[in-house]
Design a protein around this ligand. Structure first.
Ligand code: ADP
Ligand code: ZN
Length: 606
């Protein structure tokens, strides 16, 4: 598709992709790869990783081979590239034999600029042979954290990618990821043999995402509904739950409340899953309720919120999942409700896992870090970025703790009461029982065990049951108490509890929020600043029709940001329309007249 003379990278950016200028390190990366260098790119979601290999793919001789872990991701990327007139295709299990052979032939004939492949296919003898017969421009390894066992999406097939370097030592490789803590980063370099690669680390911050971590006040679903109604009515979002049952319940409940909410989990028939995913991608304002089986490789740019009704197992998982919001750079929310039961369930799951001891220790550390994030009283973003080895000088001003600084309280005495209650009841009981003892509630079990005669019986009347539960949650989360797994979820003291009991260590904790204050000032969501009005709606309608006719998601035609710019600028000619960000030569030729027509008709109507 490029002529005899190699256009410069900037020219490709403008003509093919319709963007004015490079963002952040894009240009440096692109030049490095065009020159044949290897690169490891750490860039936040929405940062613009794809262009880092797509532009070199167009400027280097031959075909770029892009390794991508998911079919949906490949389909989306290829559809978007084709819209821009780029010769791209994929090889994966969604193709039948003849379709696959056709792609292979075009690859051999040098008719493709980019070929997307799944890692397991790349390892096959057939594919290796095909590659031997192909002029390869570069290898791009997307979602490179999948190579690491430390990472949260370990894919054993990724390990075989090290062979690429041995077989094709001359071909440059670029590995890209949006979430990799330091050990994961080392794993990537190790397993992909990228020791010599240039590292481009643009940090992980997603400034347009607003983080909220709310306490589950026993009615998380209602809290969620209120949050959606207030801030994201009619907008697309993802709600994550831990279990399939909870996914189904929550989706059905949200539907009954009048939202379009669809379930997604691995237990649903493949067809239904596919159908729900497609609706989420193509319709406006669908909320998908899912287990973590959903989302990887979802490129939808206008997801306005990601909500968690359960605690993720690690900060990486949390960051990856919340990172699916706001890829288009417009304001978006990451919202979570978590409570005591989450902490207990996750600790239990961990203990029951069949993983080897070392792996268990890793999981344990990761959960501890996640719990720490929930309980902190300082800026969440600073803590998140710190976890990934990044640094943010000042508090962000765009998380719940910054917007509404949580109240704290001197919890040492209450903690001592709770801990000694655990001790006196012999470390065998669950939180509900312990709270009853502290509140001095007599029941059959308590009398049977004689715990109504303990010195700790009824010494905690200054707090409510919910406040005690929150305190137990915090004590478990911060490692003063542990959950006994062999027994039946009994709470035990850890070594850390002693200094607190002896009064050698004071505790200042986040004050449990009162149910009524759930929507106080500052608990606002991010407000979306998309235009409204007739022209906006008419442009969206036109886009919808074009998308439906081709069976692609609307954002593959144009992003919201591009339509918003049309509303703002109201270009009156094709040339003026072509100046708008996101409209390259091919899209201008294909869609220019149509959108211009809508804009001109609107002027007449005014
Ligand atoms: P990532 O893969 O890092 O999550 P993408 O490659 O999907 O991000 O890019 C995110 C969005 O930003 C896409 O819509 C993309 O077209 C857009 N984008 C990328 N680079 C630029 C640029 N230089 N100027 C304007 N928009 C860009
Ligand atoms: Zn903050």
């Amino acid at each position: 598709m490029h002529g005899d003379t190699h256009p410069e990278a900037l020219k490709v950016l403008q003509e093919v992709f319709g963007y004015d200028s490079f963002r952040g390190p894009q240009q440096a990366i692109i030049e490095h790869v065009i020159a044949g260098g290897d690169a490891l790119v750490l860039m936040p979601t929405g940062g613009g990783k794809s262009l880092c290999y797509q532009i070199p793919a167009l400027l280097r001789e031959g075909t770029a081979i892009v390794v991508s872990p998911l079919i949906a991701l490949m389909q989306d990327q290829v559809a978007a590239l084709k819209q821009n007139g780029v010769r791209a295709d994929y090889l994966n299990s969604s193709l039948d034999y003849h379709e696959a052979v056709d792609v292979e032939n075009r690859l051999r004939a040098g008719e493709l600029d980019l070929l997307y492949v799944a890692p397991e296919r790349l390892a096959t003898a057939r594919m290796q042979m095909l590659l031997e017969q192909t002029r390869i421009a570069l290898f791009a390894i997307d979602e490179a954290h999948c190579v690491s066992q430390w990472g949260h999406d370990f894919r054993p097939e990724y390990r075989q990618l090290s062979h690429l370097h041995q077989r094709f030592p001359q071909v440059p490789r670029i590995a890209l990821t949006a979430t990799a803590d330091v050990p994961t980063r080392h794993d990537i370099m190790e397993h992909l043999q990228l020791h010599e690669a240039a590292l481009y680390n643009s940090g992980f911050d997603r400034p347009n995402i607003r983080y909220h971590i709310a306490e589950n006040q026993g009615n998380a679903k209602e809290q969620l509904l209120r949050f959606i109604r207030e801030h994201h009515d009619g907008e697309a979002g993802i709600v994550y739950c831990l279990s399939r049952r909870k996914v189904e319940e929550t989706a059905a409940w949200l539907e009954r409340q009048g939202l379009t909410a669809l379930p997604y989990h691995a237990g649903l028939p493949a067809e239904q899953r596919q159908h729900h995913q497609t609706r989420f991608l193509r319709e406006d304002g669908v909320v998908i309720v899912a287990t973590i089986a959903f989302g990887m490789g979802i490129d939808k740019p206008d997801v306005r919120f990601v909500a968690h009704l359960n605690l993720p197992k690690s900060i990486e998982a949390y960051y990856q999942e919340t990172g699916r919001a706001g890829r288009d750079g417009l304001p978006a929310d990451a919202w979570m409700a978590y409570g005591l039961q989450d902490v207990i369930t996750l600790r239990q799951m961990q203990q029951d896992s069949s993983a080897a001891d070392q792996q268990k220790r890793i999981e344990q550390q990761k959960l501890d870090a996640m719990l720490g994030l929930c309980e902190i009283i300082s800026c969440r973003r600073q803590a998140l970025l710190h976890y990934f080895g990044d640094h943010l000088d000042a508090p962000c001003g765009n998380c719940d703790n910054c917007l509404t600084p949580p109240e704290t309280w001197e919890a040492t005495v209450a903690a001592q009461k709770a801990l000694s209650c655990v001790y006196r009841t012999e470390q065998r009981f669950g939180v509900t029982y312990l709270v009853d003892v502290l509140l001095g509630k007599s029941n059959e079990r308590i009398t049977r065990f004689g715990h109504d005669r303990l010195s700790t019986f009824g010494i905690g009347k200054e707090l409510t049951a919910n406040e005690w539960k929150a305190l137990f949650r915090q004590l478990i989360a911060s490692g003063y108490l542990s959950v006994d797994m062999e027994g039946h979820g009994g709470i035990k003291l850890t070594a850390n509890a002693k200094p607190v009991l002896r009064g050698e260590h004071a505790l200042t904790l986040r004050k449990p929020s009162k149910a009524k204050s759930a929507t106080r000032r500052g608990s606002k969501g991010a407000s979306t600043t998309l235009p409204q009005g007739e022209l906006w709606e008419a442009l969206r309608q036109h886009r919808r029709e074009l998308a439906a006719a081709q069976g692609v998601p609307a954002y593959v035609i144009f992003h919201d940001a591009t339509l918003a710019e049309m509303v703002e600028q109201k270009p009156q000619s094709l040339a003026a329309l072509g100046e708008i960000s996101g409209i390259g030569a091919r899209k201008l030729a294909d869609y220019g007249e149509g959108f211009l027509g809508v804009i001109l008709a609107h002027r007449e109507a005014e």
